[in-house]
Design a protein around this ligand. Structure first.
Ligand SMILES: NC(=O)c1ccc[n+]([C@@H]2O[C@H](COP(=O)([O-])OP(=O)(O)OC[C@H]3O[C@@H](n4cnc5c(N)ncnc54)[C@H](O)[C@@H]3O)[C@@H](O)[C@H]2O)c1
Length: 268
């Protein structure tokens, strides 16, 4: 689906990948209903797109099912229709092994990454099925196909997003709704702070490494290119592409490579 002239709902639009997708979609000629929990950063995104004037903000919590269910009506009332959902909102878990993670942290990650994704996908499906063409994009993670110690629950929530989205792709065959799942590797955003998570052992070397990782702007271009060419899946970044190949060739070796990289971050 070409993005120009379409009305897209973009979640997580207050920061990182969702903000970059919002700005890139507007640049390509779309109108964006931008969704985020954080009203302040959401308004900043709208300001950044102010010259284009095609961003409307909806501050809400995607774990609030009633608020999500009210969204299609609000968007349609203002713009006449909705053509696509690009769902980026998500959080990581505290960097800790499963044995050290309490249920509150586990349930919070699943509420946002799983229930939030389910509510958005299920709510927007009927209005999108009624459009001449439409697209649903869910952002999973490289951690949704590859186990990352210290982010095991996050990975499990993103694996659920992966299969929900791939299952939906199969179920939408023969309809006008296209479906794409996105697997970003490391992207330079504030997801750690935004998730309320500290990085144990973060130091200058870690900061230097972040210089080389994929930018949110690049991730946004890859995601919207994926929409425009109807990609089944989008791997964002060299790391995600490499680990996808390695995981499929030798899952144990791929898992142990990542486990070695994570050693410094995990105590005990
Ligand atoms: N940054 C990475 O390295 C990376 C890697 C793989 C996957 N991802 C995924 O990409 C997506 C975007 O991440 P990002 O790095 O841009 O993070 P980010 O923290 O920069 O942006 C996420 C946005 O989602 C919003 N959000 C969080 N919980 C919400 C809720 N309950 N309701 C509404 N909005 C909520 C936050 O306020 C924030 O503005 C996430 O799903 C993340 O899991 C990120």
């Amino acid at each position: 689906m070409k993005v120009a002239g379409k009305i897209l709902v973009v979640t997580g639009a207050g920061s990182g990948i969702g903000r970059a997708v919002t700005l890139e979609a507007v640049r390509r000629g779309a109108t964006v209903a931008a969704v985020d929990l954080n009203a302040t950063t959401l308004a900043e995104t709208a300001d950044l797109a102010a010259a284009d004037g095609r961003v409307w903000t909806h501050a809400l919590d995607i774990t609030d099912r009633a608020a999500v269910e009210a969204l299609p009506g609000q968007v349609t009332e203002r713009h006449g229709a909705v053509d696509g959902l690009v769902h980026c909102a998500g959080i990581i878990q505290p960097f800790a092994k499963l044995r050290d993670l309490d249920y509150a942290a586990i349930e919070r990650v699943f509420a946002v990454n799983w229930s939030g994704t389910l509510y958005l996908t299920k709510t927007f499906l009927p209005p999108l099925l009624a459009r001449p063409e439409a697209h649903i994009v869910n952002v999973a993670s490289m951690g949704g196909f590859l186990p990352v110690p210290g982010q095991t629950i996050y990975g499990a929530s993103k694996a659920a997003v992966k299969l929900l989205t791939e299952g939906l792709h199969a179920e939408c065959a023969g309809t006008n709704v296209r479906v794409t799942v996105v697997f970003p590797g490391a992207v330079a955003t504030n997801i750690t702070a935004n998730s309320g998570v500290a990085i144990p052992g973060a130091d200058g070397r870690a900061a230097a490494r972040t210089q080389k990782i994929t930018s949110p702007a690049r991730a946004a271009r890859d995601i919207l290119d994926g929409v425009e060419r109807d990609a089944y899946r989008v791997l964002v970044g060299r790391d995600a592409k490499l680990m996808d190949l390695l995981y499929r060739a030798d899952p144990r070796r791929a898992a142990s490579l990542i486990a070695n990289k994570m050693k410094d971050l995990l105590r005990g």
